[in-house]
Design a protein around this ligand. Structure first.
Ligand SMILES: Cc1cc2nc3c(=O)[nH]c(=O)nc-3n(C[C@H](O)[C@H](O)[C@H](O)COP(=O)(O)OP(=O)(O)OC[C@H]3O[C@@H](n4cnc5c(N)ncnc54)[C@H](O)[C@@H]3O)c2cc1C
Length: 637
């Protein structure tokens, strides 16, 4: 099987980017940081990434002058690019969504020419998930035709934005906006921070790095405080609101259009989900290389590898789907605002669940794999970096619990639509609620009965079982909510105290189910089949089966509670038997895990470099024995 081809089919990475990467792998590996990087001074790390950016930028320009700008957007796959990653993935998208075409083209050009490095400055010390409460102000000053940005309290200091501390020349920044004493809502501005010639902060701007963190040692997450800082009128992004020199405010669209701005964050959330999964793959590739060379893997370990691998590969497809949905959304914004808002709603709910589910699962996956090998504790072995880079994902881009609560609220709303038979109000991705609602009328019967484990080797059957589990999980939470409302509980107390646990659990169950259903749908699509080799396609089908059985195992409690599949005392055993058989079907696949997915040669470089040191050391043999690594596993770079 050609894993490289498979990975390319599964992701949106461009063929040209693979070629550029290949060049750096074979001709100039200076962009792959050495282990010393981990302990090198902050300035050197920033310098290394600036260098990486310049080199890869030049290479792409030289090789693909016609597609240069287009390809730059995919550049983060070439290596870590520090500030440029934030510029392309977090600074430009909100400008595209909230700015006029003229504004977007201006900043896009500057960014792609490398003349602007931009951060996304939303979070304040006292305000994270609760975006509406941000306190930074922007007040229009007619005399100077400018906005005055101000930070009114310590709680309002921007804190955490990536690349803000040292690298950024500009940022996009959200502020409560006032014109003629009237509040015009939370608006977004493009703000110059540093003089492009001296790179000194402008007067009225105080910013810097927030200090060492658990991970992201390459990123200068920063703080930002304004003191009556004037920015030009056209700093305001004006697709949906305009303010002219006289202070006349014109808003286009209704109140809901403000939501379009959330789309900026959404793009990053979707992109990051891809990043978590590939982090999981690189960690597994390294762990597998190290673990398997000690001796044959124990069956239980093999099962663990396979089930994690099935999760990662199945979900790469889902993220690809979301990426396409996001692209459609950005195209629709300029054509049909109502359609865009509907799509945004659907995408937001999917991304809330998926970001939380992937980040928690990948953190757990990497932790397990790093603990199963002593070398996994070593900073110079890239697994630690993968772990450190994934842990904060549980918080950033919206705290996981908050994200899942939001999804759960929406699902309860949809359950109400189901009760009232208003199915047209339920978006496509959640239509399974209509499909499986009839099961709710049979509380005492066994739903989707299965007689033997063979039936569980059919993805259609698994799909139905998962559908039944999800509909009962939603209904259960919805009933609890109704009960609380009847007893006069306030919404706030209900969401945040009484039902938070149930809501988070329910949203996780539903998200797992949706990812299975989506992956299955994608595999059924004709263009997917056409794109792949028959054998690869078959293996993906087998991995999906393993993934589905894993979900059933995780949701066994709820299946038993609502009599789904079989009697409670029987169901667990049937799933076990089916898992045994399904894993045998793709046993050969474990060999491919060792190949990683061909993205992150950099990590393999860590391992090689580490091994070379270990072997040149006097205690080489002892080290070799105790950690089970050595020449034989060295990847050929
Ligand atoms: C590595 C990293 C990079 C980042 N990069 C950026 C960036 O580039 N730009 C940027 O603007 N920000 C960035 N952030 C900030 C990040 O987006 C915020 O940390 C995130 O939005 C969560 O906000 P918070 O930390 O204030 O936590 P909060 O939202 O205040 O949450 C704190 C706790 O309170 C709980 N909680 C919050 N609200 C509720 C509620 N309604 N109900 C029940 N419980 C609740 C949460 O579950 C959590 O346990 C970054 C953060 C990190 C760690």
């Amino acid at each position: 099987m050609d894993l490289k081809q498979l990975t390319t089919s599964l992701t949106t990475t461009r063929e040209e980017i693979h070629k550029v990467r290949e060049y750096f792998r074979t001709q100039d590996n200076s962009i792959y940081v050495k282990p010393e990087f981990m302990i090198s001074p902050f300035q050197e790390r920033i310098r290394q990434f600036a260098n990486n950016f310049i080199k890869t930028y030049q290479k792409i320009e030289e090789q693909y002058p016609d597609k240069h700008h287009e390809l730059l957007f995919h550049m983060q796959h070439v290596s870590l690019l520090g500030g440029m990653y934030m510029t392309l993935q977090a600074f430009l998208p909100p400008i595209q969504l909230l700015g006029t075409e003229e504004q977007y083209q201006k900043w896009r050009k500057l960014a792609l020419e490398g003349r602007v490095i931009g951060a996304y400055a939303q979070t304040e010390i006292g305000h994270g998930s609760d975006v509406q409460s941000l306190q930074t102000t922007a007040t229009y000053h007619k005399e100077t035709k400018s906005f005055i940005l101000h930070t009114p309290s310590t709680k309002a200091v921007k804190f955490w934005p990536g690349a803000l501390g040292v690298q950024s020349s500009h940022c996009v920044c959200q502020a409560q906006t006032y014109v003629d004493g009237k509040h015009c809502g939370l608006q977004t501005f493009v703000v110059p921070l540093r003089d492009p010639k001296t790179y000194k902060l402008f007067e009225g701007v105080d910013s810097g790095d927030i200090g060492p963190k658990l991970s992201y040692s390459w990123n200068d997450n920063g703080y930002l405080k304004f003191t009556n800082y004037h920015v030009s009128l056209d700093s305001l992004l004006m697709k949906f609101i305009t303010v002219d020199e006289t202070g006349t405010v014109t808003k286009s669209g209704d109140k809901t259009t403000v939501k379009i701005g959330y789309g900026g964050m959404l793009g990053l959330r979707v992109g990051l989900s891809n990043y978590f999964l590939t982090d999981g793959l690189r960690a597994m590739a390294m762990a597998y290389r190290n673990t398997s060379k000690v001796g044959p893997l124990l069956p239980i370990k093999k099962r663990e590898f396979l089930s994690d691998f099935a999760f990662l590969y199945s979900n790469l497809l889902t993220v690809d789907w979301l990426t396409r949905m996001f692209k459609i959304y950005t195209e629709t914004v300029t054509k049909d605002i109502k359609a865009a808002l509907r799509l945004l709603d659907e995408l937001h709910n999917l991304a809330c669940g998926i970001k939380a589910y992937y980040s928690w699962r990948v953190v757990d996956l990497i932790r397990r794999h790093s603990q199963s090998q002593t070398v996994g504790n070593l900073m110079f072995c890239g697994v630690v970096v993968c772990y450190g880079d994934t842990v904060p994902a549980v918080t950033y881009e919206g705290d996981n619990a908050v994200m899942l609560q939001q999804l759960a609220k929406t699902l309860c709303k949809y359950m109400r639509f189901v009760e009232m038979e208003e199915f047209q109000k339920i978006p496509d991705s959640f239509k399974f609620m209509e499909e499986f609602r009839h099961l709710l009328d049979k509380p005492d019967e066994i739903k989707i009965p299965i007689e033997n484990s063979k039936e569980l080797l059919d993805v259609q059957k698994i799909d139905e079982l998962i559908g039944a589990i999800t509909i009962f999980a939603i209904k259960d939470c919805y009933e609890k909510m109704k009960e609380k409302v009847m007893s006069g509980e306030s919404m706030n107390v209900m969401w945040n105290e009484k039902l938070q646990g149930s809501m988070v659990e329910m949203a996780m169950i539903v998200t797992r189910g949706i990812t299975f259903k989506m992956t299955r749908r994608i595999l059924q699509a004709q263009d997917m089949k056409a794109k792949m080799k028959v054998k690869d396609f078959g293996i993906l089908g087998d991995l999906l089966l393993i993934y589905g059985l894993d979900i059933l195992r995780q949701d066994l409690k709820i299946a038993c509670l609502f009599k789904i599949g079989a009697a409670p005392e029987k169901l667990g055993g049937l799933i076990d038997e089916a898992q045994e058989v399904a894993c045998k079907k793709v046993e050969e696949f474990t060999e491919y895990i060792a190949e990683g997915h061909h993205y992150f040669e950099q990590d393999l470089y860590y391992v090689r470099d580490y091994n070379e040191r270990a072997l040149s050391d006097n205690g080489a043999d002892r080290i070799k024995e105790s950690i089970g690594v050595g020449e034989t596993i060295l990847p050929k770079l």
